[in-house]
Design a protein around this ligand. Structure first.
Ligand SMILES: [Zn+2]
Length: 308
């Protein structure tokens, strides 16, 4: 059965626009992401926009790297990986819209090609759409050659840009220069390759473990426990997971009730500031990959569309 998957990661846009149509598309996305209209006076809302500069690259997310975005206490960034996926992605978008919340989607290129209208809806509703490879290989990008991994990244970015009505990607800074490795499985050569293109690499600070089957109620309890412990951070979900789509309205209400504020990240210029990891920090990525990778490989098949 090919449906069960564990997913994790992705990214999006920049300003090497070479045509006026592309430049216009970028301006439109930026304008929309900053437009303040919200018709729900009781909404959680988006508290601020964070311009994330990616010049020379950027590696953030405490699960993998010893630094993260410079968030204040009780600030969160919401990220959703592996979509778009008809059925659940719409519900996620509906929940975000109802609370006037902007998020970042790290999109799988193949899914973007199959469901371009969902990518366009994400952009039209002001979300940031980043990149998460073309096919989300079950072996991760570590399990394939460096050349093949680069091709996965390029093709994935192209697919998203084309789904959004723009041009394919070839080199340099993409329209949205945000990338998340499938399974957070980076490599030093690929990180350098991305840095040379001014593409930021996003890990995450905490996650809902929504690659594991659980009820929406259990997932809500789990992620709130983790958030109340961390007090801030980039949070990873998967918009491909029905349980996450089901949980999201209650999660957003809970954020508001507990005084959390949502920060929306968008591509910026220059280099982004970062916040250092707390003392005693260690990466959790390798241990997670050791445990999850065997399951991913076991679960992979011709219909596999995404992994952790
Ligand atoms: Zn993923």
């Amino acid at each position: 059965m090919f449906r069960t998957r564990f997913s994790l990661f992705a990214a999006l846009l920049v300003l090497t626009a070479t045509s006026s149509a592309e430049a216009s598309s970028v301006r439109e996305q930026e304008t929309q992401s900053r437009s303040p209209e919200c018709h729900n006076p009781n909404a959680l809302g988006t508290s601020r926009i964070m311009d994330v500069g990616t010049s020379g690259g950027l590696d953030v997310g405490l699960k993998t790297y010893p630094q993260t975005l410079p968030l204040a206490g009780k600030e969160v960034v919401l990220t959703f990986d592996d979509g778009p996926m008809p059925g659940s992605t719409e519900k996620v978008l509906d929940a975000l819209s109802a609370e006037c919340v902007r998020a970042t989607f790290f999109v799988v290129g193949r899914n973007a090609s199959e469901h371009p209208s969902l990518v366009r809806r994400e952009i039209a509703e002001g979300h940031t759409v980043g990149h998460h490879s073309w096919s989300h290989p079950a072996k991760t990008l570590r399990g394939i050659s460096e050349v093949a991994a680069q091709a996965e990244i390029v093709r994935g970015i192209s697919a998203v840009q084309e789904a959004a009505g723009g041009k394919p990607y070839s080199d340099g800074r993409p329209i949205v220069p945000f990338f998340r490795f499938p399974g957070f499985a980076d490599t030093a050569p690929l990180n350098s390759w991305l840095q040379a293109r001014d593409i930021a690499v996003f890990g995450t600070d905490l996650w809902a473990s929504d690659w594991n089957p659980m009820s929406a109620a259990v997932e809500l309890r789990l992620v709130m426990q983790r958030l109340d412990h961390a007090r801030r951070g980039i949070i990873l979900f998967h918009d491909t997971r029905p349980q996450t789509a089901e949980m999201l309205p209650a999660f957003l209400r809970e954020l508001k009730a507990r005084g959390y504020r949502v920060v929306h990240m968008v591509p910026g210029s220059g280099k982004s500031a970062v916040g250092a990891a707390p003392p005693g920090w260690t990466s959790e990525t390798e241990a997670i990959l050791t445990h999850v990778m065997p399951r991913l490989l076991k679960a992979s098949g011709p219909a596999a569309k995404h992994g952790m």
